[in-house]
Design a protein around this ligand. Structure first.
Ligand SMILES: C[S@@+](CC[C@H](N)C(=O)[O-])C[C@H]1O[C@@H](n2cnc3c(N)ncnc32)[C@H](O)[C@@H]1O
Ligand code: SF4
Ligand code: SF4
Length: 524
């Protein structure tokens, strides 16, 4: 059975041979990557796309498998306060408990406190399968705390997968410990492979007992990152590379980064948008360096097609995040609260629960494949047309959320052959306290400006009119349908309307950004 979230006609052909040769050749899977949608196949690949031992490592890891993130949870423990470099986009002193972004934490923990918290969360959220150390500083600039936490967790919670995130500067010194403590997954943030680019991102590093600045600092960091990546992949550790997309600094350069990390065996590449608000007090924030638009992010990701597989569902979590991706339950597990929690770490119970979750995932996947296969009794010739649709979904991969209740929309790219998840867009909640907040509408419409349709379970008259005025079709006739099936059905209908002259297709100008159009400092 396939476990992929990315469902193409290729999947249908595998599961329904009767569909046979009428289907356009648009096979899923990494080796046949071609279009923009395929570039995301790494994070949604299934057991048929990789060796069994790799599938075992990713199948219930919410960050390494796009489908797993609907079913399994993760948590971060903030045991690593110090850092050995400075990035122009980071200020760990700025802390806001209401804010969800990297580097932010409410409480720093000792290894013992961290383990207590992990056990409390693991007993309350049995689908929590992954523990990561992602700061608030750098895990390997705090090696004693990081590895003591890992050592204790191996003893007390042996079923939890261990991850850490690092800028890579100290990485080559700690590869043996990473392997010794069974850290299965390591994330390295690599923003450049050219020190001349790095010089614009890193004002200094602390290496070999001295502070180094300028080009020399970027050169050392680059060499250590590449060496660390090679050493980890040679030892069989799965490596994800994070890159922060900084318009005007490393946008097109990330295509080179993607190739370089693929060549060194990285499993996944997560290109994340720069977050740069002046109030965070970062160098970039204070100097007007903007983050990319969603369209710019997608353009760079699409330009990496054929390189390292892309993660597109990252939520840029806090360094103390708890729960499913996209939700944060860290407030429920503060030190004060876990003091009073009865913690029963029942390994057998956790395993049994997770088996049920896995069965549910498989059943849901198969139901989706079957529903799609049933929908494919008529086939569209592939004329190359692809459009984006936004989807309001709260669970189960279905169109099952009211427009007004969505705080994010999933974005799918749809063509004749496939509907592929390409990212998500956060928006302000429209419906508050039972009433629509009309002043939120322009920003929501703006966030979806490159989409041709919005698939929702329900939508009120006012947002419906506003979307239509912006040329975005509100669609509620596929309520509770699987997303891919709904998106493909809408697309078939759209194509028919184009063919009959009922609508004139208007390409969205900014959907396919011209690389090189970044200005670097203009307001977003
Ligand atoms: C807080 S860091 C902790 C791990 C480690 N120090 C590192 O940088 O990889 C986790 C991730 O958040 C990213 N990050 C930090 N500040 C960011 C910002 N302002 N915008 C986007 N990503 C950011 C980092 O680049 C890194 O990939
Ligand atoms: S390496 Fe990580 S923690 Fe250190 S300054 Fe950069 S983003 Fe912040
Ligand atoms: S920041 Fe991205 S990669 Fe890290 S836990 Fe959150 S979703 Fe996963």
């Amino acid at each position: 059975m396939s476990h992929t979230a990315f469902i193409s006609i290729g999947d249908l052909r595998r599961s329904r041979p009767a569909l046979g040769d009428a289907a356009p050749a648009s096979a899923g899977g990494c080796s046949s990557s071609g279009g923009a949608g395929k570039s995301g196949c790494g994070s949604s690949a299934g057991p048929e796309d990789m060796p069994a031992e790799i599938w075992e490592k990713v199948k219930n890891h919410p960050c390494y498998s796009e489908e797993a993130h609907h079913h399994f949870a993760r948590m971060h423990v903030a045991v690593a306060p110090a850092c050995n470099i400075q990035c122009h986009y980071c200020n760990r002193k700025y802390d806001c408990s209401n804010e969800s972004r990297p580097g932010v934490v409410s409480q720093k923990l000792t290894p013992e406190q961290a383990v207590k918290k992990v056990l409390a969360v693991a007993s309350a959220i049995p689908q929590m399968t992954v523990l990561g150390i992602a700061g608030p500083g750098d895990s390997l600039a705090n090696p004693q705390k990081t590895f003591e936490t890992m050592r204790l967790l191996q003893q007390h919670a042996p079923d939890i997968k261990l991850c850490l995130s690092t800028n890579g500067l100290a990485l080559p010194d700690w590869v043996d410990e990473i392997v010794q403590y069974n850290v299965d997954h390591v994330t390295i943030t690599i923003n450049m492979v050219d020190p001349a680019v790095g010089e614009k991102i890193y004002p200094w590093i602390f290496h070999d007992h001295r502070r180094v600045t300028g080009l020399e600092a970027a050169r050392i960091l680059h060499e250590r990152q590449m060496l660390g990546l090679e050493m980890l992949t040679a030892r069989g550790v799965l490596v994800k590379v994070n890159s922060v997309l900084i318009p005007g600094v490393n946008d097109e350069h990330l295509i080179e980064v993607n190739k370089a990390v693929k060549a060194r065996g990285a499993f996944l590449h997560n290109i994340m948008p720069l977050i740069s608000e002046a109030e965070h007090g970062t160098f970039y924030g204070l100097n007007g360096q903007r983050g990319p638009t969603a369209q710019e992010l997608k353009a760079v990701q699409d330009a990496c097609a054929g390189g390292a597989n892309l993660m597109r569902h990252c939520r840029q979590c806090r360094a103390d995040a708890v729960g499913m991706l996209g939700e944060d339950r860290s407030d429920e597990f503060t030190l004060e609260k876990i003091e009073d929690l009865a913690v029963v770490y029942d390994l057998d119970k956790r395993r049994a629960y997770q088996q049920q979750v896995e069965l549910q995932r498989q059943a849901q996947h198969q139901a989706k494949v079957d529903a799609l296969a049933a929908a494919f009794d008529t086939r569209l010739a592939d004329d190359g047309l692809k459009v984006l649709v936004a989807v309001a979904s709260e669970s189960q991969g279905r169109v099952n959320q009211h427009f007004g209740h969505a705080t994010e929309f999933q974005i799918y790219e749809v063509g004749a052959g496939a509907a592929s998840f390409v990212g998500h867009r956060r928006v302000d909640l429209y419906c508050q306290g039972g009433y629509g907040e009309d002043e939120q509408l322009p920003s929501i419409v703006q966030a979806l400006a490159d989409c041709h349709a919005v698939l929702v379970a329900k939508i009120g008259a006012c947002p419906r009119d506003e979307l239509q005025r912006a040329g975005i079709e509100p669609v509620d006739r596929y309520a509770h349908e699987f997303i891919e099936k709904a998106a493909l059905a809408w697309f078939a209908d759209y194509r028919e309307r184009i063919a009959s002259g009922a609508v004139v297709h208007q390409p969205r100008g900014d959907a396919r950004l011209r690389l090189g159009a970044f200005t670097g400092t203009a307001a977003a």
